[in-house]
Write a protein that binds this ligand. Sequence first.
Ligand SMILES: [Zn+2]
Length: 294
Amino acid sequence: MIVEELDKDIEVVDLEKDNLLDGLPDDLKKKLQEADLSKKEENLSEILEEKIETVVKEEYKIDRTLISQSEDETEVRLPDNRIVHIRKWKIKDKKNFDNSKNWLEAKTALVYNCVAEDIALDQEEFNFLLFKIRELSVHDKMKFTFICPECNSEEKLELDLSKLVTTKGGEYSEIVSGENTFKMGAITNKDLYEAFNNSDVSEFNLFINDFIFHIKELNGRKIESDKDYAEVADFIANLDADFANDIFNQWLKMRFTLVFDNVIECKKCGAKNVENFSTLPEFFPESWRVVENI
Ligand SMILES: [Zn+2]
């Protein structure tokens, strides 16, 4: 079973990747980890045969005016020149999120339903849009007490959420390793990609799937159909650890990634400190808690 073969490699391959859930608010993290408990032992052909219980994306509704852009909606640029429109969260999104039974349902409630375009989002893009939607929905500042490691002085800071998270990478090109050439691009097979993710939401599986579904050509052969991707998954599962390490290191340098590190200069002694704001405060708007039980 291919899923098992992938698992065996975990200790051998150094992915040099931070926790994919890092940076997500605690309640979301908890929800997504709970989803992990319901994971089933499935292999790829079973996933393909069952043909994916697709979670239907709700219609994206927004009251547009003649003025170019509503304040309820904004435009976001993603790698590969993709432009998407996101809307604010609504009460129904929270209800859908609370009722979600698996990774894909949670992802659909939080992000996919709030994106006008029906596109696939890899893990980093998903997290990026999650932050963007939060930023649009909740105009709050993040309160943070900074304690300087040099002089111990304490400073209370109010930080803009929008400035805490930056991005790097996302210029897709080729990865060449040994005899193999991978031409990388944005993910397009949303249903299959999400079905692969939903069957096993371990960090390792999500990372591998992101890599597999970003492959557009393998050694000159176009990768397009569900069958092509199943074959690539098999190919990747059987790579030697050395090769896998080289390929993944190149991929990590190329891929679109969120950056949480920020430099804070101490007002007292001037020391520059790198802070990682990966634990954000209350995620949902305060008012949502009141209407939680509707
Ligand atoms: Zn200081």
